[in-house]
Design a protein around this ligand. Structure first.
Ligand code: ADP
Ligand code: ZN
Length: 436
């Protein structure tokens, strides 16, 4: 069958002026609708803002930011813009960084979410002929049901394998002829390890072509590793439960930045300190406004995720802006000896060494009132136990890390499989520092 390159041609092929006109119309509608939210109504009254004051996209700046703390303060239902009887589902964030937050959805919200994510999967080439397996936990985590409904919407045979039991996961992949898998990057690496243990060659014994990886920060090096290991193309998928879940931004086939669907979201990148916009191309905190949501629109939501807009047009032709691979969350930043460090910078260096596997752990400790960093990293299976070779490798890794992060960490090479594995998103940093 001859399929269209677009899942939703009308919205995917809008040009910049059409996108902006649609955004203004939807923003105005959203702000008016937010008058039904006790939280936003009070906010607007405090600053004497009326929905009619929003006359241009620039007027968005008149609206105050919404923060994760606002979601916590109004927990569970205080921001909703519709009565509860119109809602059909709620999701709660995995609580990586504190108390959970709740997002409510109407049936229309769920439909629109499925449409957005189906659009992403279609964009990377998935079609109804594909067999899609989802290794996300089902339940509160939006990567489960989110991908399930979207994959069905696209028309794929969908295997809701869910998280855990990797051997069973692999049996499904081989028995059902799975062609595409959704996994968090750390789990994609785990799938390969278990394949090796079970004597499965992904290229010979599976039909895998595509991996959708997201939900946690990962480097370009990590992506390339996953592609090489599994013999697939791996596409970066960005989402967060506050914005529905997966489907907010997704790489196209160019694999160079993630298109953020601007018929659903208005994206701003601001300096996290001054909250002023940064130039296109500069890194800052991403702020998102939902403009296609009923139950619980969020205006200028501070995601705490750091990224930048990739300037210039994408060769795929879609004019929806592209955001760069996430640098991390502002609260992931390590401050050590006065230097700011993101875990992803360390990952980038480590994964350039073929002798190393993909799992690592950064530990921050205080010794003799000095804060120190150690980096434990697993060796790849193929590697030697020749002591001299390990020593020189350790020295080389330490030197390259120092060049990147400007402090000298203590590097320990540990056997494959020896670092603790987490059930969900990988835990990369342990902070045991004593704060005086
Ligand atoms: P929690 O906030 O509890 O982790 P979510 O499941 O909603 O719950 O996680 C959303 C967060 O996950 C994002 O704000 C971002 O920090 C991270 N994230 C999601 N997708 C990606 C991605 N592709 N790359 C990097 N980080 C991601
Ligand atoms: Zn593109």
């Amino acid at each position: 069958m001859n399929y269209s390159p677009y899942f939703n041609k009308k919205y995917e092929t809008l040009d910049r002026s059409q996108i902006e006109a649609l955004q203004l119309e939807r923003l105005q509608r959203t702000v008016a609708h937010c008058m039904n939210s006790p939280f936003y109504k009070k906010r607007f009254e405090e600053i004497k803002l009326c929905p009619e004051d929003i006359q241009s996209l620039d007027d968005l700046k008149r609206i105050p930011f919404t923060t994760k703390q606002d979601l916590r303060d109004t927990y569970p239902f205080g921001i909703a813009s519709v009565p509860l009887e119109r809602c059909v589902r709620l999701h709660s964030s995995s609580g990586t960084t504190g108390n959970p937050t709740v997002i409510l959805h109407t049936q229309k919200d769920l439909d629109e979410w499925a449409n957005a994510l189906a659009r992403c999967m279609w964009m990377v080439g998935l079609r109804p002929t594909d067999v899609f397996q989802n290794s996300s936990g089902y339940g509160m985590f939006t990567g489960g049901l989110g991908f399930q409904y979207a994959a069905e919407r696209l028309g794929m045979l969908t295997v809701p394998a869910a998280a855990g039991n990797t051997k069973r996961q692999l049996k499904f992949i081989t028995d059902f002829g799975t062609t595409a898998v959704h996994a968090i990057p750390s789990y994609a690496a785990r799938l390969y390890e278990v394949m090796v243990e079970m004597g499965i060659d992904p290229r010979r014994d599976t039909k895998l072509t595509t991996l959708l990886i997201g939900a946690e920060p990962h480097s370009e090096e990590q992506r390339r590793r996953i592609e090489e290991m599994l013999g697939v193309k791996a596409y970066n998928s960005f989402g967060m439960s506050e914005m529905c879940g997966p489907g907010v931004a997704f790489e196209c086939k160019e694999q160079n930045g993630m298109h953020i669907w601007e018929d659903y979201y208005i994206v701003e990148i601001v300096d996290p300190q001054t909250l002023e916009p940064v130039q296109d191309g500069e890194v800052g905190e991403m702020v998102l406004t939902t403009i296609n949501r009923e139950a619980m629109p969020l205006l200028r939501y501070r995601t705490r995720d750091l990224t930048r807009i990739i300037p210039g047009p994408c060769p795929c032709g879609r004019e929806h802006k592209r955001i760069d691979r996430m640098k991390g969350r502002s609260d992931d930043m390590i401050i050590l000896k006065g230097v700011n460090i993101f875990p992803i910078q360390i990952e980038q260096v480590l994964l350039q060494f073929k002798e190393l596997a993909t799992d690592y752990l950064i530990t921050l400790e205080t010794s003799d009132s000095n804060d120190e960093m150690s980096v434990d990293v697993e060796l790849s299976q193929l590697f030697t136990d020749d002591f001299g070779r390990l020593q020189s490798l350790t020295r080389e890794i330490t030197r390259r890390l120092k060049d990147e992060i400007l402090v000298t960490p203590r590097v320990r090479l540990v056997p494959k499989g020896s670092l603790p594995k987490s059930e969900g998103k990988a835990v990369r940093v342990k902070d045991l520092r004593k704060h005086f």
